[in-house]
Design a protein around this ligand. Structure first.
Ligand SMILES: Nc1ncnc2c1ncn2[C@@H]1O[C@H](COP(=O)(O)OP(=O)(O)OP(=O)(O)O)[C@@H](O)[C@H]1O
Ligand SMILES: [Mg+2]
Length: 264
């Protein structure tokens, strides 16, 4: 146990999810405190995305509860997350192809705008001072991720790594209290992963982060605490050093690699 005094922002307890006869999650729990980065790792099919989807309100668990700041979330849905102060990025990019990078980030700032960014972008409502303020914040967010040069470009014209930075800027521009990241490093090259690590450590100091990721170097580099799933069960929790030294974790990954080898 750590001696941290801050109550968790997010807590999932006793989460069980079955898809037909398959138990994707079996009595799984985790907590994310403010200003900490929690990694959720495990071999393919371990249940990481399922837990991410439970937290996001996409999958309803058969048992267990998700709490936000000590209050149980009842029937929450993905569109409730922004109002709670939770942002997320998904495995895909989900950028609006017809909006510039800057306008995409401004959509993420919607929560901060009185009329909402969409009202603003469609020319409705009292929004001019809001628009200037949001534009500045969106630009600052792009700068934070080293993507300021891309502000006026359409997403489709940008390299994949830059599009990812834009998606991250959109997720953090409204200063969420919790950021959910599902495989942010997938498809990125070494240099972009290193930059992503720096970015996560930077915004991870001011918000809670739940990071689902396969790139172990990144996970070990940025996480304060790690939860390891295998076949829907938590098999280990601890600091990066503890997880790296845990033979049960090594065995789980080894077993998964052998199985993949047999199939491939
Ligand atoms: N909607 C669904 N219907 C049926 N089975 C599902 C569904 N979603 C996930 N599963 C199954 O639940 C298990 C956990 O899947 P999940 O996607 O959560 O794993 P994961 O840890 O995210 O894997 P990966 O690392 O490959 O992304 C897998 O066996 C998967 O096939
Ligand atoms: Mg997944």
């Amino acid at each position: 146990m750590t001696t941290t005094t801050s109550a968790p922002l997010l807590a999932a307890e006793g989460i069980t999810v079955r898809f037909g006869g398959l138990t994707a999650l079996d009595d799984v729990g985790l907590a994310v405190a403010p200003g900490t980065v929690v990694g959720l790792i495990g071999p393919n099919g371990a249940g990481k995305t399922t837990l991410f989807n439970v937290v996001s309100g996409i999958v309803r668990p058969q048992r267990g509860a998700v709490s936000w700041k000590g209050r149980r979330l009842q029937r929450h849905r993905p569109h409730h997350l922004a109002d709670l102060g939770i942002a997320r990025t998904l495995q895909g990019l989900n950028l609006f192809p017809g909006l510039s990078a800057l306008d995409n980030v401004m959509v993420g700032a919607d929560r901060l705008a009185r009329g909402g960014a969409l009202a603003m972008l469609t020319g409705l409502g009292r929004y001019h001072s809001d628009e200037r303020r949001l534009r500045e914040r969106a630009m600052a967010a792009l700068e934070e991720f080293g993507a300021a040069d891309a502000a006026r470009a359409m997403p489709g014209t940008l390299p994949f790594g830059v599009q990812k930075r834009v998606a991250l800027a959109r997720a953090v521009v409204a200063e969420p209290e919790l950021l959910l990241l599902d495989e942010p490093a997938s498809g990125l090259s070494g240099e972009d992963i290193a930059a992503l690590g720096e970015a996560i450590r930077s915004f991870g100091a001011r918000m809670g982060v739940l990071l689902v990721e396969h790139h172990m170097d990144l996970v070990m580099d940025v996480c304060d605490h790690i939860v390891v799933l295998n076949f829907g069960e938590v098999i280990a929790t601890g600091t990066p050093a503890e997880i790296q030294a845990d033979p049960v974790v090594a065995q789980a990954y080894l077993g998964a690699a052998e199985e993949e080898g047999e199939h491939g």
